[in-house]
Design a protein around this ligand. Structure first.
Ligand code: PLP
Length: 450
């Protein structure tokens, strides 16, 4: 790749002068200037190449610059680059059809948004209108987006600054055996106690006040906690009993990441509303949406739905989704994600856990894995405290810096690193990344008590 440090310096200087970045203290960040990307790699202006084990923000499910998707966007731009949402246009119709064919059960109507947070906003609005109830239950250890309703259902510290106590959201604990809120010893116990806790929460909040329960099918940013068998089916049953709308957020877990089109397939559960974004078109053009059940769609058959967006179902974004879904079918990318998880990533990460005292637990499926890093494997004490920054976060910062020095861009959140490469990551790339993780974990090991 061409080396051009001067061009990189100009990109960086304009960024620092004028770009206001997400979730950051603007004076304390140092964004890398990126010159290009292809497949599972990107590179800077100095010619240094990185294997991207983050898929951007866990969204480039087919990797960067897939030629067929790039061509489809170019072709759509030449034909009809935009058109207002009230009209029927070919790429929007086709994207909705292809998505509805893949979403579970009777989720056959698609409301398009520009991303995941807007999908959550609208799903919750639909649930409140459908039930005429105000409250929403969601899980601690979750992320649902940065807009007002989405950040208020989120269960991580990013909510705190936007939560003024009037959102109508009540948080509860979802199952997570490794750090069990219920002191459970087995998955069966964890599922049963988590369901009882949810029942109790509903009883004390008042079932008739609750419009929706929102859960990530497999929580992503919060730690890739695969729910124990029976839990999601139990939540489905509770929702049915109380007339509560069940919203599954598949913004991160959907479109192949778990080795299925949607993670809900692993658990044989069908929500009333399913939110998606990211992998739907690998983020080549912003797109998200809500897949809607027949019953909720019927609520808005003769009554207007009070919500909309100028770019709902944007032709360029939808053309990218049509091409992405086609590529995923043609290249059997979902099947590949399942297989590489079973044969390379899962076994490889478990093998690292055997040799590195800093690895407390390996969990995940497909190309959706977390290493829970700990100070002490006996007590599960995290390698850094919850929400640590500065000096307290030094062990995780040192681990990440070592990965980057060796050419691996790692996903790091709190005391975890997630292995979330594109769904079509090759076996050789996966092994290259595992080898770098192996080496970088020796840095994390230095902070353990073993
Ligand atoms: N829901 C989940 C599960 C997510 O992981 C994210 C983003 O990471 C969102 C919602 C928000 O999506 P967006 O950033 O596109 O608004």
């Amino acid at each position: 790749h061409p080396v051009d440090p001067q061009a990189g310096a100009a990109v960086k200087a304009a960024d620092r002068a004028h770009v206001f970045h997400s979730w950051s203290a603007q004076g304390l960040i140092d964004p890398l200037a990126v010159a290009g990307a292809e497949g599972s790699y990107f590179w800077d202006y100095e010619g240094k190449r990185y294997l991207d084990f983050t898929s951007g923000l866990v969204y480039t499910n087919i990797g960067y610059q897939h030629p067929k998707v790039v061509a489809a966007i170019q072709e759509q731009a030449g034909k009809l680059s935009t058109f207002a949402p009230a009209f029927a246009v070919e790429p929007r119709s086709e994207a909705a059809r292809l998505i509805a064919e893949r979403t579970p059960g009777d989720l056959d109507k698609i409301f398009f948004t520009n991303g995941g947070a807007e999908a959550i906003e609208n799903a919750i609005r639909m649930a409140r209108l459908h039930t005429s109830r105000p409250k929403v239950l969601s899980a601690y250890r979750s992320y649902h987006g940065g807009t007002t309703t989405a950040i208020n259902v989120t269960g991580d510290p990013r909510r705190w600054a936007s939560d003024n106590g009037t959102s109508g959201v009540v948080h509860f604990w979802a199952p997570f055996l490794y750090r069990s809120p219920f002191y459970s010893a087995t998955e069966a116990e964890e599922a049963q106690r988590a369901l009882q806790h949810l029942e109790d929460t509903i009883a004390f909040e008042g079932p008739g006040t609750i419009a929706a329960i929102v859960l990530e099918t497999i929580p992503g940013t919060a730690g890739i906690m695969v729910p124990p068998p029976g839990y999601l089916q139990g939540v489905r049953e509770i929702c049915d009993r109380y007339g509560i709308v069940f919203i599954l957020d598949e913004v991160m877990a959907g479109f192949g990441r778990t080795g299925k089109w949607f993670a809900s397939e692993h658990f044989d559960v069908v929500p009333d509303l399913l939110t998606f974004a990211k992998g739907v078109n690998s983020g080549y053009v912003p797109l998200g949406g809500v897949a809607i059940s027949a019953e909720i769609a019927a609520t808005f058959e003769t009554r207007a739905y009070p919500g909309g967006l100028t770019y709902s179902g944007h032709p360029l974004a939808c053309a990218a989704a049509v091409a992405t879904i086609q590529v995923m079918e043609d290249e059997k990318i979902v099947e590949h994600a399942a297989r590489i998880g079973e044969t390379v990533l899962g076994p490889g990460l478990r093998e690292l856990a055997e040799r590195h005292p800093s690895v407390g637990e390996v969990r995940g499926t497909g190309v959706f894995w977390a290493l829970d890093l700990v100070k002490d494997r006996a007590t599960h004490e995290p390698l850094v405290p919850y929400n640590a920054s500065g000096e307290a976060n030094a062990p995780m910062a040192a681990f990440a810096a070592e990965c980057k020095a060796q050419g691996l861009w790692p996903f790091v959140n709190m005391n975890r690193t997630h292995t979330v490469p594109p769904c079509n990551v090759s076996e050789a790339e996966a092994k290259e990344g595992l080898a770098i993780l192996d080496s970088a974990l020796t840095v994390a090991d230095r902070y353990t008590v073993e």
